[in-house]
Design a protein around this ligand. Structure first.
Ligand SMILES: *[C@@H]1O[C@H](CO)[C@@H](O)[C@H](O)[C@H]1NC(C)=O
Ligand SMILES: *[C@@H]1O[C@H](CO)[C@@H](O)[C@H](O)[C@H]1NC(C)=O
Length: 376
């Protein structure tokens, strides 16, 4: 009997041991059985204190003048080798060639992949992961890089401090079609089901980014999907990119989170995580509120007129003071107060003479109009 008990115990231990790695590959989702509120039960980091995404409360950000503009490296030298577009059931994205990277961070980072997050309700129904002052954008692009100065590859870097740098680009909708995004959207129909991938023509990745790469928010955070490693240096650009409503609709309705062989098709929608508590973290900005404002022509006119009025006013005051000095102290004593002219200073001395002549002429002209010595 004792032997049987031991056997059963060993069997249980064995199953526990083999079940543990399986838990790491558990299939998580955004809603449902292993939805985002359950992630932390299976992936402990998802319940840790430096998670992403976050809400950027702009009044609580801190300006850091050391945050220089980011420079994409090789983003627009895509070459002729096709890109790989994938649908992994959680997102659609593109694997990036290793010669692409980004500088302007404390280390050099090598590009790995980029992917999208979106909603389900069309414009103004959410879809971005990061929010600004509580407001969502319609979608969000993430360009993922790993720290190739400190770590040998992505799989090592993603678990380590400062291992990853992700560029976050908020996407909003407008009237115009964003042709750069068609380089992705035109091919989504070929990866409708989870685990599908396809080769697509390479294109200029930088054309997906906003023009202004100098103004951004910076904070330390995590992967926004399990296992939620807290290894990410986040850069969220201030400028947002715009796609058309039709482009957003395509992104939101064309993909499935279910596999091709699965009978019940599940649309891949609302693949964004709720914002996470900051927990004493500070979000830094590379820009100040003033530098963010662009002046309207009316404001420029007002400033020009203001400056001109100021100058005229100053000139009037200076003239008044000069006159007061001249009328209270004798003009004739001024030249004798000056040091004797040095031979080498002929030029300045001449100029002074001219100046004096001019002012004394002006003096002569205006002197009669002023009642002499009326001031107390
Ligand atoms: C990444 O690097 C580590 C450490 O050198 C190595 O053990 C691991 O096999 C590498 N992984 C990949 C996917 O190349
Ligand atoms: C991120 O954490 C590192 C310490 O690992 C710290 O030196 C750095 O200032 C932090 N960066 C931000 C933007 O908070």
């Amino acid at each position: 009997m004792d032997f049987l008990c031991l056997f059963i115990l060993l069997l249980l231990l064995f199953f526990q041991w083999t079940a543990a790695p399986a838990a790491a590959e558990i299939s998580w989702t955004y809603t449902g059985l292993v939805g985002q509120t359950e992630w932390a039960q299976y992936f402990p980091y998802c319940g840790a204190t430096s998670q992403s995404p976050v809400d950027v409360v702009t009044t609580q950000t801190k300006y850091d003048p050391s945050l220089i503009p980011l420079t994409p490296l090789g983003y627009n030298q895509h070459g002729y080798k096709p890109f790989t577009l994938f649908n992994n059931g959680h997102t659609a994205g593109i694997l990036l060639p290793e010669w692409m990277g980004v500088s302007g961070l404390p280390w050099l980072f090598t590009a790995v992949q980029m992917h999208l997050h979106w909603g389900s309700g069309g414009p103004s129904y959410g879809g971005s992961e990061h929010t600004i002052n509580g407001l969502s954008a319609d979608a969000e692009l993430h360009v993922v890089h790993y720290n190739s100065e400190l770590y040998p590859n992505m799989s090592t870097a993603m678990t380590q401090r400062n291992g990853l740098a992700v560029l976050g680009i908020l996407i909003v909708t407008g009237e115009e079609t964003n042709l750069a995004f068609n380089n992705i959207l035109n091919y989504l129909g070929r990866v409708r089901h989870a685990d599908q991938s396809v080769s697509i023509p390479a294109f200029d990745v930088q054309s997906l980014l906003p023009k202004d790469l100098g103004r951004y928010y910076r904070y330390n955070g995590s992967l926004t999907t399990p296992p939620c490693y807290q290894s990410v240096i986040w850069t969220l650009f201030h400028e947002r990119v715009q796609i058309s409503k039709a482009q957003l609709l395509k992104m939101e309705t064309i993909l499935y989170s279910s596999k091709a062989e699965e009978k019940d098709r599940m649309l891949l929608q609302d693949n964004y995580r709720e914002t996470q508590p900051l927990n004493h973290r500070v979000i830094f900005t590379s820009f100040t509120a003033e530098s963010g404002k662009e002046l309207s022509s009316g404001e420029v006119t007002a400033i020009v007129i203001g400056v001109m009025c100021g100058c005229v006013g100053l000139a009037v005051i200076v003239r008044f003071i000069v006159k007061t000095i001249r009328s209270t102290s004798s003009w004739d004593v001024l030249p004798s107060n000056r040091p004797a002219p040095m031979p080498r200073m002929n030029e300045p001395e001449k100029k002074q003479d001219v100046d004096l002549n001019m002012t004394s002429e002006g003096e002569k002209k205006e002197e009669p109009s002023l009642p002499p010595q009326t001031e107390p």
